[in-house]
Design a protein around this ligand. Structure first.
Ligand SMILES: [Fe+2]
Ligand SMILES: [Fe+2]
Length: 192
């Protein structure tokens, strides 16, 4: 338990602080923030976690790129089947995965890291897999598996990052909610 007072949301009221416990800013960190201007948005409180967070974000970026490629492949090859509506939705997902990757790359740069777009190592770094199934139901199934992997990975990242970097956490939470929508749609189609 940290020395900071906690808020117990399950009881709807602030937990009583331990005696002598106060909510106070770290003034030394505020002073340190005035220095090292070359670090841009990265302030001292990111401390030892910055590199780990950048690594997690780069693995997620690789995942989003592989997911974009998989959905694009499915969009073009499912065309002409009697499920044009689903093919169109694959394209919507492809564009949303690209937007997720862009958000992650932007955050990596804000944290002073290098976004890794190297194609040679994409599939080994991605959590989810590429798929070139020819059958529409197999495509839907492969996409649902990939979305479930992404949901699990983002959930774990959000728990790992916790309050270590609230900006990154909010980005991951917004991506996670869209992956959950993707999985919902796919599982509806699988049941059809
Ligand atoms: Fe995504
Ligand atoms: Fe997705």
């Amino acid at each position: 338990m940290s020395t900071f007072a906690s808020f117990d949301s399950t009881r709807g009221a602030a937990a009583a602080p331990a005696s002598g416990e106060r909510l106070e800013l770290d003034t030394a960190a505020l002073e340190a923030a005035k220095r090292s201007l070359e670090k841009g948005a990265v302030t001292p409180s990111y401390g030892p976690w910055r590199e780990d967070i950048i690594r997690l974000l780069n693995d997620a970026l690789a995942t989003e790129i592989v997911c974009t490629l998989r959905y694009k492949r499915h969009y073009f090859t499912a065309k002409g089947l009697d499920s044009a509506k689903i093919a169109e939705e694959f394209l919507v997902h492809a564009n949303e995965e690209t937007a997720h990757g862009d958000m992650l790359a932007e955050r990596i740069v804000q944290l002073g890291g290098q976004p890794d777009f190297a194609p040679a190592t994409l599939t080994s770094r991605s959590h989810a897999e590429y798929d070139d199934s020819a059958d529409l139901q197999a495509m839907i199934r492969a996409n649902l598996i990939a979305e479930r992997v992404a949901i699990e990975a983002y959930g774990q990242m959000i728990r790992l990052i916790g309050d270590k970097d609230s900006t990154t956490r909010r980005i991951l939470e917004s991506i996670l909610s869209q992956e959950q929508e993707h999985a919902d749609e796919l599982s509806d189609w699988l049941a059809d």
